[in-house]
Design a protein around this ligand. Structure first.
Ligand code: NDP
Ligand code: GDR
Length: 365
């Protein structure tokens, strides 16, 4: 039985990947951080008590900022594959915590590679590094592919650029099977609540159900190549199953503005929007509401700009060229954007329609 170790197992991708690998028959080990409240919501459905028979999903406490912890876990597990998904993954937050981000997202990757080298596992253990389209940053070429030059535009992207190159360096220096997946944005109902797509689908649901009036966003002109996390975690696995270790772009090849994502989300609850004004003055108002389940008044302002969400340096346009992954990995996404928006909005409508009215402390929400 193959053993996989996933850092960031409690995140969006870690949760889908753990489920996927368990279905493939792997023994799956995950690293989770100690938190003052339970932080395993996304993986609770696959977790089983260790006292039961044949448990194949095992969690370890750890942190990418702690070398000795990483070495000990890798020594105990002796994994065939490591998926390094753990990161401070929010681009805007990285401007507030740049040093922490560099430590975890940059040096954290070095800690994994060094642990594998120190433990003499370079021939046994294959390593996947969660690289990102944020590396492309300021547009140098479109669509962006494996050979496009990087120009990172945030402390997050700069940290990930170190992680990218240290992965390439360990592959070349020590002949390790270590690869970068340069993944463009991917989303799902499990997406963190402060990333723009999930922020939009949650607010759409709350506005449709009448529990929220207005959604405040930053740059609605930004364009992203959005795919579905379920498709993208399959690509991670494929990248580690090849004869030769290589880096791959994973993308859909289609780009969409944040504004158009907002329109699509509101359309899912039968609400048609009109956008007026420009830049900081831009708002969206309701011009039609066709779904009898939701009564959003015509003329209500449901979206407005709050400049606090603008970033000091922005990535305006991402559009990936997935030709290499299509041809060499045989990877093709099953979801398109309309399918994903529908799934996310439906999930958030169900979430808020059935949500408890008290929080974990028993206080009214
Ligand atoms: P999430 O933010 O959902 O998950 C991040 C995970 O990393 C969580 O499990 C988090 O733990 C963990 N983590 C954070 N800090 C540390 C730390 N110091 N030590 C150990 N673990 C830590 O991210 P995604 O699942 O969306 O992304 C997975 C990876 O892929 C990340 O590295 C991200 O940067 C990268 N990526 C993501 C893309 C996307 O569009 N989703 C695109 C390209 C790359 P906790 O739950 O405790 O916070
Ligand atoms: P991104 O994702 O920065 O691309 O990083 P995010 O969803 O945060 O932003 C996408 C674009 O939307 C604009 N935007 C807003 N973003 C947020 N979060 N909140 C807002 O209110 C808002 N309004 C407009 C942003 O300015 C940006 O242009 C994600 C993360 O998952 C990274 O870890 C990953 O590496 C990249 O995707 C690929």
């Amino acid at each position: 039985m193959k053993k996989a170790l996933i850092t960031g197992v409690t995140g969006q991708d870690g949760a889908y990947l753990a489920e996927f690998l368990l279905e493939k028959g792997y023994e799956v080990h995950g690293i989770k951080r100690r938190a003052s409240l339970f932080n395993t919501d996304r993986i609770d459905h696959i977790y089983r008590d260790l006292h039961e028979a044949d448990v194949r999903f095992i969690l370890h406490y750890g942190d990418l900022s702690d070398s000795t912890n990483i070495i000990r876990i890798i020594q105990d597990v002796q994994p065939d594959e490591i998926y390094n998904l753990g990161a401070m993954s929010h681009v805007q937050v990285s401007f507030d915590s740049p040093e922490y981000t560099a430590n975890v997202d940059g040096i954290g990757t070095l800690r994994i590679l060094e642990a594998v080298r120190i433990l003499g596992l370079t021939e046994k253990t294959r390593i996947y590094q969660a690289s990102t389209s944020e590396l492309y940053g300021l547009v140098q070429e479109v669509p962006q592919k494996e050979t496009t030059p990087f120009y990172p535009r945030s402390p997050y992207a700069v940290a990930k650029m170190y992680a990218y190159w240290i992965t390439v360096n360990y592959r070349e220096a020590y002949n390790m099977y270590a690869c970068n997946g340069i993944l463009f944005n991917h989303e799902s109902p499990l997406r963190g609540e402060t990333f723009v797509t999930r922020k939009i689908t949650r607010a759409t649901a709350q506005i449709a159900l009448g529990t929220k009036k207005c959604l405040y966003l930053g740059n609605m002109d930004a364009k992203r190549d959005w795919g579905h996390a379920k498709d993208y975690i399959e690509a991670m696995w494929l990248i580690l199953q090849q004869d030769k270790a290589e880096d791959f772009v994973i993308a859909t090849g289609i780009t969409t503005t944040v504004r158009d994502f907002v329109k699509m989300a509101f359309n899912e609850v039968g609400v048609t929007l009109e956008f007026k004004g420009s830049e900081e003055e831009e708002v969206a108002v309701v011009v039609a509401c066709s779904n009898p389940r939701f009564q959003v008044p015509i003329g209500q302002k449901v979206v407005a700009v709050d400049p606090k969400y603008y970033r000091p340096t922005e990535v305006e346009l991402l559009i990936g060229d997935p030709t290499k992954s299509n041809t060499k990995l045989g990877w093709k996404p099953k979801y398109d954007l309309p399918m994903m928006v529908k799934e996310m909005v439906e999930a958030d409508v169900n979430l808020f329609a059935n949500q408890s009215s008290v929080n974990k402390a028993g206080k009214p929400l």
